[in-house]
Design a protein around this ligand. Structure first.
Ligand code: NAD
Ligand code: ZN
Ligand code: ZN
Length: 354
């Protein structure tokens, strides 16, 4: 049926048990079920969520042994009998949302990330740190053939998530959004989507490399270094023309502090959107200020199939250009080590052939 010869064995990065390490080894290639496709993953981004999965630091059980990864871009090489709307040879993306029931209240209204039966790639089912990955056909992202598979892979989680978060923020063209964790994977894409939506950007992160990338490459109008600033709240407010603060704040940092600070610098009537998932963290906001400023604080979790298609379309139109570095999949452990140290500017993308 397929012109692509599917091997019996493949390379994968496997978390065997709770020892916080990945093992690069050969494992069998799985066969797709009736409603599934098998995607030959060419490139896959490394999201900080994969590091949470490795460390097991979330209050959500992961599958073990586990193959992580949920920003996988590749080619469909096999499909189940029920799959009619995606062809062998099509380009497809395996996202965090590997599948959902499509029947519950949330699925019916396209809030499928909220589905209680959702399958999560690289967390509750095996993900994209392998050469051949299975996903539900209904949920794989359709990737146009003129889009490069390495550059699109970070869009499949980071891009979709921040695009959705910006929509949830309600910020309108010409308004200002503060992006907290701006130099990381989600943050760098958030700046590009924000620019494409006509928003002004205050980037918040730390270090000379991230500052340079934000101001010179990603289009931030201002940069606040949270390590060097003596008063982050005052500095963020000062970065808006009238000193009243940004209309929206996108929290994509992996640190509790900014989740307890954002409500203080957001503009009256502004919205704080929580996206990052630092382990064990709590939100905090002064009740008095939140009330008299009429502040909205909300969470935002990946995106649905339509958000995914829209985020990919922004990329296809040439509006999104964020730094990424390609290394072999065999080097995943060293990528995790760099990520743990906060050293990564933008995203690392794994080439599954190396
Ligand atoms: P990343 O490691 O690439 O980037 C995090 C950035 O936050 C780094 O640049 C770091 O320097 C910066 N940072 C740390 N402390 C900070 C502080 N106090 N102020 C400002 N910046 C600070 O991580 P990522 O891949 O972009 O993921 C970010 C988080 O988002 C993770 O917790 C991940 O699990 C989560 N996530 C959530 C969703 C969702 O749907 N809600 C989707 C994807 C990822
Ligand atoms: Zn992710
Ligand atoms: Zn459902």
């Amino acid at each position: 049926m397929s012109p692509h010869k599917i091997p019996n064995e493949q390379w994968a990065q496997v978390i065997e048990d709770g020892n916080n390490k990945v093992e690069y080894k050969k494992i069998p290639v799985q066969k797709p079920g009736p409603d599934e496709v098998l995607v030959n993953i060419k490139f896959t981004g490394v999201c900080h969520t994969d590091l949470h999965a490795l460390n097991g630091d979330w209050p959500l059980d992961r599958k073990l042994p586990l193959i992580g990864g949920h920003e996988g871009a590749g080619v469909v090489v096999a499909r189940g009998d029920l799959v009619k709307d995606i062809e062998i040879g099509d380009h497809a993306g395996v996202k965090w949302l590997n599948g959902s029931c499509l029947a519950c209240d949330f699925c019916q209204q396209a809030d499928e990330p909220l589905c209680a039966k959702a399958l999560l790639s690289g967390y509750t089912v095996d993900g994209t740190f392998q050469q051949y990955c299975i996903a539900k056909a209904a949920h794989v992202a359709r990737i146009p053939k003129d889009v490069p598979l390495d550059a699109i892979s970070p869009v499949l989680c980071a891009g979709i998530t921040v695009y959705k978060g910006l929509k949830e923020s309600g910020a309108r063209p010409g308004e200002t959004v503060a992006i907290v964790g701006a130099g990381g994977g989600l943050g760098s894409l958030a700046q590009q989507y924000a620019k494409a939506m006509g928003l002004k950007v205050i980037a918040i992160d730390t270090g000379a490399d991230k500052k340079k990338a934000c101001l010179e490459q990603l289009g931030a109008d201002h940069f606040v270094d949270f390590m060097q600033s003596k008063d982050v709240v005052a500095d963020v407010k000062k970065a808006t023309p009238d000193g009243l603060g940004p209309h929206a704040v996108l929290l994509v940092a992996v640190n509790e502090k900014p989740f307890q600070q954002a409500a203080e610098y957001v503009r009256p009537r502004g919205t704080v959107v929580c996206i990052g998932l630092p382990s064990g963290a709590y939100l905090r906001a002064p009740v008095f200020d939140s009330v008299v400023k009429m502040v909205t604080i909300k969470g935002s979790y990946v995106g649905n199939r339509k958000d995914s298609a829209e985020a990919i379309e922004f990329f296809r139109r040439g509006l999104i250009n964020a730094p990424f570095k390609v290394v072999g999949m065999s080097e995943l452990q060293s990528v995790y080590d760099k990520m743990q140290q906060g050293e990564i500017v933008g995203r690392y993308v794994l080439d599954t052939s190396k």
